[in-house]
Design a protein. Structure first.
Length: 589
């Protein structure tokens, strides 16, 4: 999903609004937070001072009472002690009780005389006896300062509701009991609540005032931001319209220079200079484009003509090479026929039967004439021998003539096969693809080079397997095989290689891809890795009179038909192998 873009005006308004709306609330929050911290700190200080003052006042009162209690305890005047405590509780409104208790939580003195000798079971009494009593000195010495201990009791809300001041009491120099004076925290808590309300009211007033001031400043800032943004937006709008004018092709458009700031004025100058440069460049580009189109047309025409000439020359060269091979094979086939015919003619001319038949028959006639008389035994045997030799010689002579004529017929049959192949393949490719048996086409290609292979004493081994047909143009594929076979047997030229051998093989590669592989392998001169990289490049050839078009056209044709060709060699003098891979044609014919 493509996000929609907003205008610069909206972007600036949003930016200023976000900045201002973040800045002022942040300042307000910081001010209120700091003010609240200031209030809490002062409240803590005031409340601490109030609690400290109450503890100091209660400690002084407890020490004063403790001196009187110590003096009365020496005479065991419990009535005086009870009256003293009743008077103290009556005169201090914050004190709720004042009593003396021993280590068994027994009440030794109480404002209420009826409670003397009773046992206290409240929580603070247990803490006094369990926690404080063991810590008090058991003996008192003159000049010793007694510390007042304070215990606090909290209500269900967690607030301190009762503060108890505890002071040890000695009878003479021995620990006798502890003085407990309990003070209610109600009045102190009321004062603290009043102090908190007073501060909270002041803080609330300050918050309202500060928020109001921030709101007014925010409105003023927004107004000022919009006021200062308008000239900037107008300048940007001028630049935007100028860019649109240039985009629409109006290179004569000029932007005025009286904009809001120097940067925009400089940008306007650069923009105007750019439009002038663009106009000049457009004119030059149009002129160059026109001349370039003419050059491209002319160059394209020249390249097409050169390509047509090269293709025609390559095809003619291939056809001429095939024709030369066919004619060479025909010549090699006709030569033995001519020799056989010449020998037959010579034999017929010099045949004893032909040259001596008349003389032999004349002698036979003479002998027959003489046979009218008595014929000797030797002469009779001689006549019989001559009569037996005549048919045998004739049969032998005619047998030799028959054999020579059969050889002539075989050579002529070979000539007819070569002419048939020439007629079959020596035609211009039509572009029509056929279901080819690559093994048959390979055998036809070998027949064309039969004499050349025999002259070079090259042993050809066929390792053909049953492979499915491939869909290719037969003439083109034959030209590829002719080119590869010719390169293969020419790799033996100029080298002293024994046991020359060329292996042609075909097989099916892969279980699912069904790729037909055809290989031409020899033990000729081989090649280097650098040569292999350039084999299929147009114009490259390792032959002195090579055109560099054969392997290039082979690779192009095979690639165009979803095939491939590759060359493999261990190194110079180690032979080579050209491997063709073609997709098998599995469609019904």
């Amino acid at each position: 999903m493509k996000l929609s873009r907003i205008s610069l005006r909206m972007y600036l308004v949003l930016m200023n609004s976000v900045l201002l709306c973040l800045l002022f609330p942040l300042l307000t929050f910081i001010f209120i937070q700091k003010t609240a911290d200031f209030r809490d700190e002062h409240l803590r200080e005031n409340i601490g001072a109030m609690r400290k003052g109450m503890e100091n006042r209660s400690a002084a009162l407890v020490r004063s009472i403790g001196l009187s209690v110590g003096q009365a305890a020496a005479g065991y005047d419990f009535t005086f002690l009870s009256d003293l405590m009743a008077e103290v509780v009556k005169n201090d409104r914050e004190m709720v009780y004042c009593l003396i208790m021993d280590d068994k939580r027994q009440v030794l003195a109480h404002p209420d005389k009826n409670k003397l000798g009773t046992r206290l079971d409240d929580k603070m009494a247990r803490r006094n006896t369990e926690q404080l009593w063991p810590n008090f000195p058991k003996m008192y010495s003159d000049g010793q300062v007694l510390e007042v201990s304070f215990l606090k009791e909290q209500d269900v809300l967690g607030k301190t509701s009762l503060l108890e001041a505890v002071l040890p009491v000695y009878n003479g120099d021995k620990l006798w009991g502890i003085l407990r004076c309990g003070y209610t925290m109600h009045f102190l808590n009321s004062k603290m609540i009043q102090e908190y309300l007073r501060w909270d009211k002041q803080i609330h007033a300050m918050k309202v005032y500060f928020i109001s001031m921030m709101a007014v400043l925010l409105l003023i800032s927004v107004f000022v931001a919009v006021l200062f943004t308008r000239p900037l937006l107008r300048a940007l709008d001028v630049l935007r319209r100028g860019v649109h004018q240039v985009r629409d092709g109006d290179l004569e458009h000029k932007i005025r220079k009286d904009l809001v700031c120097n940067e925009f004025s400089d940008l306007a100058d650069l923009f105007n200079g750019m439009t002038i440069s663009l106009g000049s460049s457009r004119k030059k580009l149009a002129d160059y484009n026109k001349s370039l189109e003419n050059k491209v047309d002319e160059r394209t025409r020249e390249l097409k003509e050169a390509q047509d000439i090269m293709i025609r020359q390559a095809h003619e060269a291939g056809m001429a090479e095939m024709a030369v091979g066919v004619l060479h094979n025909i010549g090699n086939a006709i030569t033995p026929a001519k020799i056989s015919a010449a020998m037959l003619i010579t034999r017929l001319k010099n045949s004893p039967l032909r040259n001596n038949l008349a003389r032999v028959l004349h002698s036979l006639r003479d002998m027959l004439e003489l046979s009218q008389g008595d014929v000797g035994e030797d002469r009779s045997l001689r006549m019989q021998k001559i009569i037996e030799l005549i048919p045998e010689s004739i049969a032998e002579e005619y047998g030799q003539v028959e054999t020579a004529l059969e050889q002539i017929c075989d050579k002529h049959s070979h000539i007819e096969d070569i002419i048939r192949l020439q007629r079959q393949y020596a035609r211009i490719p039509t572009g029509e693809q056929q279901h080819l048996d690559i093994n048959r086409v390979a055998r036809d290609a070998l027949n064309m080079f039969h004499e050349s292979l025999e002259q070079r004493e090259i042993d050809v081994e066929l390792a053909f397997q049953e492979v499915p047909p491939v869909l290719l143009e037969e003439v083109h594929f034959l030209q590829i095989l002719v080119n590869l076979i010719k390169n293969s047997y020419e790799s033996f030229d100029g080298g002293n290689i024994k046991n020359k051998k060329i292996i042609l093989s075909s097989f099916l590669e892969g279980d699912e891809s069904h790729s037909v592989v055809f290989s031409i392998k020899d033990n000729g001169c081989g090649f280097t890795e650098k040569e292999r990289e350039n084999f299929f490049r147009f114009g490259y050839s390792t032959k002195a009179r090579g055109s560099g078009f054969g392997l290039h056209s082979c690779a192009n044709y095979l690639i165009a038909n979803n095939g491939s060709i590759d060359a493999v060699s261990v190194g110079p003098g180690m032979g080579s192998e050209f491997i063709l891979r073609l997709p098998a044609d599995t469609s019904p014919e």
